[in-house]
Design a binder for this molecule. Sequence first.
Ligand code: SAM
Ligand code: MD0
Ligand code: SF4
Length: 361
Amino acid sequence: MTEPLLRKEDGILEKCLREQEISDEEIDFLMTGDGSGDRDFYERIFETARSLRDKYFGNKVFLYGFVYFSTYCRNNCSFCYYRRENGKPPRYRKSKEEIVATAVKLRDSGVHLIDLTTGEDPYYVHKPERFAEIVKEVKEATGLPVMVSPGVFPDDGIQLLARAGADWYALYQETHSRDLYERLRLNQSYERRMEAKAYAGSLGMLVEEGLLTGIGDRNEDRIHSFRQMREIKASQVRVMTYVPQEGAPLKGEGLQGFDRELITIALLRLLFPDALIPASLDVEGIAGLEKRLQAGANVVTSIIPPKDGYAGVANSVRDVDEGYRTVEGIQDTLKACGLVNARQEDYGEWVGNRKAKGFNL
Ligand code: SAM
Ligand code: MD0
Ligand code: SF4
């Protein structure tokens, strides 16, 4: 009898399951594949990612309500539909009352967190107390944890957000390779963006870091980013495929069937087994949810109330008014993956425990 051959990836995945560190060369191997073009190769990686997710989260997923309440922006990111120079997107700034009412509606529909997002709108950047007031009222009205995604705020503004009770600061570098960063976030300081999230962490907020793929990023860029994500102690880590936009100059590399994003989601799970990892409805809408969850994600983000005039980012309108980007609209997909909505108290507990571990500091 011949012994079955131990494939190289089996040894690496075994280490991941035991939560032992794997080398950059091994990460690169998992990303590149074994050259056989074998779908099974990736399926084994996804399966390992799912086992690690199950170990920490069981079959429960968290759901994030997305409230993009101002689409004005002072920046000109080359990849973004809402960049200053683009005349195409609808520009709106919702009132505090509208925002609170939307957040309550999202809470009642079953989401676990409210993500309060804006462009870098001078109306808020120069008067951060306005953003802080919204955080306070949304927390009071919903009783849910709140994430803020305001872009780069000045330190005193970040302080106001922390004091108002913001639980999370989301600020995506997109890449940690300077040359790429400079082509994406035009005229924005790399350091200041990193410092802002570190400062938010030092005030007790949890931090979300994120990457874009399909922007000319190579394996080594993403491997470098994984290290940076660890260094800043990000508690939520994401990757999204760049979706080309009308009126945005970045051409990108096409959508590659989203394979690069999926393998990166799985690698994030292998490297950060107990972290939150989003499957965003903003990239491909409901059609792309199942494969992102099957790659190891455990949070569904970009749930948007239909017909209230709120936009997504990478896909500003897709599936929104059709009602697929809702808690109800994703239930069949969750079921197909053997997953269920967590309870609202499960999420509050997770956030509380993560803060108590000093993960943010
Ligand atoms: N204005 C704030 C900022 O830039 O930090 C908050 C907005 S946040 C919702 C914008 C994020 O959406 C970006 O950091 C990027 O990761 C993602 N995004 C924007 N445009 C995209 C696109 N065309 N394709 C994929 N992701 C995109
Ligand atoms: C998402 N459209 O989760 C949202 C957004 C901002 N914190 C999140 C990129 O996909
Ligand atoms: Fe503005 Fe954020 Fe879009 Fe950049 S990604 S243009 S900062 S809304």
